[in-house]
Design a protein around this ligand. Structure first.
Ligand code: NAD
Length: 459
């Protein structure tokens, strides 16, 4: 029996162990989930809602334990961790409302006396494979809409957050759903790979572009449909007519350094007009180095550790590559000496960067912000679009014509204008290019997670 250790990235201590799911357990979960499809898929929406709704109260009841797990397993600062738990509850409320709105039959009459009904029906068994970075909230995004749609769910959390996955699953299993409706599997990519199984009908995946590309290829050959929410290398553009105000700096700091920079839609590349470059870099570096790096359990901490030593080593390589190719370090640029046991990296601002550096053309999951100058809007768009990714962008500009040009030309699933980006659940979220396939949230996730059936009856 293999065990997966959960390690606290603050002090490298093991905080728990879970059993890795075996090949037989994966197979058995798929078979049981398949058998349960007719029962769960056959229940009415109102019954599914009434079975799932108590989860909101359970999350509320256990919010302290969940937030603590996010602190000890992910290293999320406690105030952010509490926000993530509140987010999961709020999201569930919205999903329940949306389910009623978007899963209802649509009926219309046509000529020749025929009534047409369009019904959204479940795919069947849905595998939900989730990442480490926002493990509770993102798992809710996958599991709850799937269950509301009538899919049975096999959930595999990240191997870096098995305890959050286990706790959330325990609360779901306590709801008393019909047997076989929901399963938890634990393990790394090996176990995830086994879930691309002939008898699985749909894969809801959130994670890196490299993993998503692999799953998409294998699943495609087996005719398994999927929703892919993948990586981002998100540009932010600041034009010459923008004042480098405290508010702007706060938006940028929050946009890059929240969750220690481990957010898919975080600002990953910053482009600023040449005339504002020096002022912006100086103000950013000043604020970034004042961020309080510390124990994530302490409410005053703003920057905790990265989730693992592995992520820290990758980040070090990406920064070293930039520095070797001529980047300047305005602040940070190294591990924190104050927390030698933890996977800490200091908030970093890099200057003099270019697109030949990994820091600009790979997704960087850590507290590092590279800043590059541009001369005119066309160059800014060319730089922003020079990426495999297309998840999100922000622009700061006061000229309507240039704003129109940017919002039209940027190849990203979302563009925020003169404001920080946020994941509003009423609007579609997803990426262009290699940032994903399909959209979640709002009506879009319910369309993705169901198939449409056309029923004709004589009126
Ligand atoms: P990852 O791709 O390493 O792992 C994600 C999940 O896939 C994990 O559960 C992992 O065990 C599993 N997995 C790994 N190999 C697999 C395989 N061959 N078959 C099946 N499953 C496999 O990603 P991560 O490091 O956990 O998460 C960070 C990434 O997720 C970043 O790229 C981030 O941008 C992305 N992300 C995207 C969104 C979004 O909404 N677009 C949201 C959050 C995170």
């Amino acid at each position: 029996m293999n065990l997966i250790e959960s390690v606290n990235p603050f002090n490298a201590l093991v905080i728990g162990r879970v059993k890795e799911s075996s090949i037989d357990e994966v197979h058995e979960a798929v078979i049981r989930a398949k058998k349960a499809c007719s029962i769960w898929g056959g229940t009415g929406l109102e019954e599914r809602i009434s079975l799932l709704e108590p989860l909101i109260h359970k999350l509320e009841e256990h919010r302290g334990e969940l937030a603590e797990l996010l602190v000890t397993e992910v290293g999320r600062p406690i105030l952010e961790a509490e926000g993530e738990v509140r987010g999961a509850m709020d999201n569930m409320r919205v999903h329940l409302v949306h389910a009623r709105e978007y899963l209802a039959d649509q009926t219309f009459l046509e000529d020749r006396g025929v009534t047409h009904t369009l019904r959204r029906v479940p795919w069947g068994v849905s595998a939900v494979i989730s990442p480490f970075n926002v493990p509770l909230n993102i798992s809710e995004w996958g599991i709850i809409p799937n269950l509301l749609c009538g899919n049975t769910v096999i959930y595999k959390p990240s191997e870096y957050t098995p305890l959050v996955g286990e706790y959330f699953s325990k609360l779901i299993l306590e709801l008393g759903l019909p047997p076989g409706t929901f399963h938890l599997l634990q393990g790394d990519g090996k176990v995830g790979e086994r879930l691309i199984h002939e008898a699985v009908d749909f894969i809801w995946f959130t994670g890196s572009t490299s993993t998503g590309t692999h799953i998409f290829e294998v699943a495609g050959k087996r005719f398994i449909s999927s929703l892919m929410e993948l990586g981002g290398n998100n540009p932010t553009i600041i034009c010459e007519d923008v004042e480098i105000s405290d508010d702007l700096i706060s938006n940028l700091i929050q946009g890059r350094f929240q969750n220690c920079g481990q957010v898919c839609s975080a600002i990953k590349r910053l482009y600023v007009h040449q005339s504002k470059y020096e002022e912006l870099v100086a103000k950013l570096a000043h604020r970034a180095q004042a961020l309080k790096v510390g124990d994530p359990a302490n409410p005053s901490t703003e920057i905790g550790p990265l989730v693992s030593e592995r992520q820290l080593l990758l980040l070090e390589e990406q920064v070293a590559d930039a520095v070797a190719k001529g980047a300047g370090v305005a602040c940070g640029g190294r591990r924190s000496a104050d927390f030698p046991q933890g996977s800490y990296y200091l908030p970093t601002v890099l200057t003099g960067v270019h697109h030949g550096m990994r820091i600009m053309n790979e997704e960087v999951f850590g507290p590092v912000l590279p800043v590059m100058a541009f001369n005119d809007p066309a160059e800014a768009v060319e730089l922003a679009n020079d990426s495999l990714y297309g998840l999100a962008a922000e622009i700061y500009c006061n000229n309507e014509a240039i704003i129109d040009y940017f919002t039209g030309a940027l190849q990203t699933g979302r563009v925020a204008v003169n404001m920080p980006r946020f994941a509003g659940l009423n609007c579609p979220m997803g990426g262009m290019k290699k940032s994903g396939k399909g959209r979640q949230h709002g009506k879009w996730v319910f369309e993705e997670l169901t198939q449409i059936k056309h029923i004709m009856t004589r009126s």
